[in-house]
Design a protein around this ligand. Structure first.
Ligand SMILES: Cc1cc2nc3c(=O)[nH]c(=O)nc-3n(C[C@H](O)[C@H](O)[C@H](O)COP(=O)(O)OP(=O)(O)OC[C@H]3O[C@@H](n4cnc5c(N)ncnc54)[C@H](O)[C@@H]3O)c2cc1C
Ligand code: SF4
Length: 340
């Protein structure tokens, strides 16, 4: 592990100031020289394997008093960025009113990790592409811009079939993000230039020609929380995750689904797909295929076909088309059987 500076911030303004000072002091060639430290469950791993090399870590755990609350109001759900995954997954109100949020967190990682890991850190976790995480591979555009992509013709079983580019096909690994994007959540961020709120759907950048740039956050911007608007679809929502082992594992395919029903017809469906795409993936195609229709095995199948119509599988991950489709069909049929 390389040497780094550690600063513990007492509050938000100190954290932002320390991140700014760290960035100004950084050597020019270092990518992402300052990182906030929340649970540290993925950042420290990436530093140990030399994939991330920050020169300054700003510990934000003391901000839990300011940004570690869960608030349920008639307008929606507010989640502080320092809320731990387990806290939100086990919160009775979240489980009852926003099951898709609770389940996407409960089905992620292991109990120990969920106790430690924060929601802000969760959405910013980086890909599990093995070539990205193993520095003995020279070709990885995400880790070393312009070096190529070892996964294109390598072992790409875990990789994305939606949203890839000629430069990167790494799958976005998180689960919680799929429930946020399905429910039209927003993200609150603060930086040295002030604060802003952005749609969660615009937080992650598709890889394009710059897979090293993963989010639209400016350097030093701090996520302080998430807002999830309530709607007639939030209670009838669920997260279904398919993985290689049941104890803890990243998704091979997953579906976050929320339904607003008018009798047996779909008034509005919210659908996001995990494990199959380079960024949290809202499937407007599947949603449009269901609007105004009865939700049956046939219409669910049609929606699933629409969701994957643009898929670009590679040698080892073609199975994700059928797996992603069947995951979505199962999720939709389970959701329609729920009470709204
Ligand atoms: C074995 C294992 C299995 C896992 N399985 C799953 C899984 O199945 N599903 C899943 O979704 N996840 C899984 N994870 C990932 C896990 O959920 C993340 O490691 C965790 O959520 C990260 O949160 P953290 O608080 O520890 O983040 P940290 O490691 O502290 O930070 C992660 C990144 O976010 C940045 N950051 C943190 N907080 C903020 C903030 N408020 N504002 C701006 N930047 C911030 C940090 O600078 C860093 O770049 C797994 C991890 C491991 C190790
Ligand atoms: S898929 Fe992306 S992260 Fe993986 S090797 Fe290629 S460029 Fe790197």
């Amino acid at each position: 592990m390389r040497p780094f500076r550690y600063e513990a911030a007492a509050d938000r303004s100190q954290a932002i100031a320390a991140a700014r000072a760290g960035a100004l002091a950084a050597e020019a060639h270092v990518l992402a020289p300052t990182q906030y430290l929340a649970g540290g469950t993925t950042l420290i791993d990436l530093m140990k394997i030399d994939v991330m090399r920050p020169q300054t870590l700003v510990d934000i755990n003391a901000l839990a008093g300011q940004h570690g609350q869960i608030e349920l109001t008639p307008e929606g759900l507010k989640l502080g960025a320092l809320v731990r995954m387990a806290q939100a997954a086990e919160h009775p109100g979240v489980r009852h009113d926003y099951p898709v949020i609770a389940q996407s967190l409960q089905l992620a990682a292991s109990p120990q990790l969920r106790n430690m890991a924060s929601l802000g850190g969760n959405v910013l976790q980086r890909t599990r592409c093995p070539y990205f995480r193993d520095t003995s591979w020279g070709a990885c555009n995400k880790r070393d811009p312009g070096s190529g992509c070892a996964a294109m013709d390598g072992i790409n079983r875990q990789h994305a079939i939606l949203g890839g580019s000629a430069d990167c096909i790494a799958a976005y690994p998180g689960d919680f993000a799929q429930s946020l994007i399905a429910l039209d959540a927003t993200v609150v961020v603060k930086g040295s230039a002030g604060g802003r709120t952005l749609p969660f759907a615009t937080l992650h950048r598709p890889p394009g020609a710059t897979p090293n740039l993963e989010t639209t956050l400016a350097p030093g911007e701090l996520i302080t929380g998430f807002h999830v608007p309530s709607g007639p679809w939030t209670k009838r929502s669920l997260y279904l995750k398919i993985r290689d082992r049941q104890s803890y594992e990243f998704a091979l395919a997953s579906a976050a689904v929320a339904l607003d029903m008018d009798g047996s017809k779909v008034r509005e469906a919210r659908i996001a797909l995990g494990g199959v795409a380079t960024v949290p993936w809202r499937s407007r195609e599947a949603e449009a295929a269901l609007a105004g229709k009865e939700l049956t095995e046939d219409t669910a199948q049609a929606a699933a076909r629409a969701a994957f119509a643009g898929a670009k599988p590679r040698v080892h991950n073609a199975f994700k088309v059928a797996l992603g489709q069947s995951t979505l069909v199962r999720a939709l049929l389970q959701a329609v059987a729920m009470e709204g």
